[in-house]
Design a protein around this ligand. Structure first.
Ligand code: DHK
Length: 152
């Protein structure tokens, strides 16, 4: 986990789920050339420019993602989550997001709606404030922009 503490509008939790540690080498025709480190850096830079700090976590383990969402209550002002394949399977992540009552933006690098049918349904979308798909890694910056506009 990495943190940056340059600002005072509060902390955004940037959560990436399974296989997103492989960004840069994983199916680049779908996910592009940026690495996870690039994504965390660009998101943190956008957050900093808008007055937020970030806590970035990637995990391949559902429980670790749940623990991070729970820990965000009281420590973060919002969550940006790309839950990877857990998006399409995890009622537990959905319940965690609903449970902590923090504004949350769901991001997918690829346009999941242009892909296999099993990627068309997200358990998370109904409990998220906004959903950004298909904008590539720029989607994370758009999510920061959402918080910049909507949070006090
Ligand atoms: C990332 C994944 O790992 C997939 O399982 C999702 C998402 C799509 C993305 O586009 O960022 O289906």
């Amino acid at each position: 986990m990495t943190s940056s503490h340059a600002a005072d509008r509060g902390t955004l939790l940037i959560l990436n789920g399974p296989n997103l540690n492989l960004l840069g080498t994983r199916e680049p025709e779908i996910y592009g050339a940026s690495t996870l480190a690039d994504v965390e850096q660009l998101t943190t830079a956008a957050a900093k420019a808008a007055g937020f700090s970030t806590t970035c976590l990637q995990s391949n383990h559902e429980g670790a993602l749940l623990d991070a969402i729970h820990a965000a209550r009281g420590t973060a002002v919002g969550i940006i989550i790309n839950a990877g394949a857990y998006t399409h399977t995890s009622v537990a992540l959905r319940d965690a997001i609903a449970g902590v009552e923090l504004p949350t933006v769901e991001v997918h690098i690829s346009n999941v709606h242009k892909r296999e049918e099993f990627r068309h349904h997200s358990y998370l979308s109904a409990v998220c404030n906004a959903v950004i798909v298909g904008a590539g890694v720029h989607g994370y910056e758009l999510a920061v922009s959402y918080f910049a506009k909507t949070l006090a």
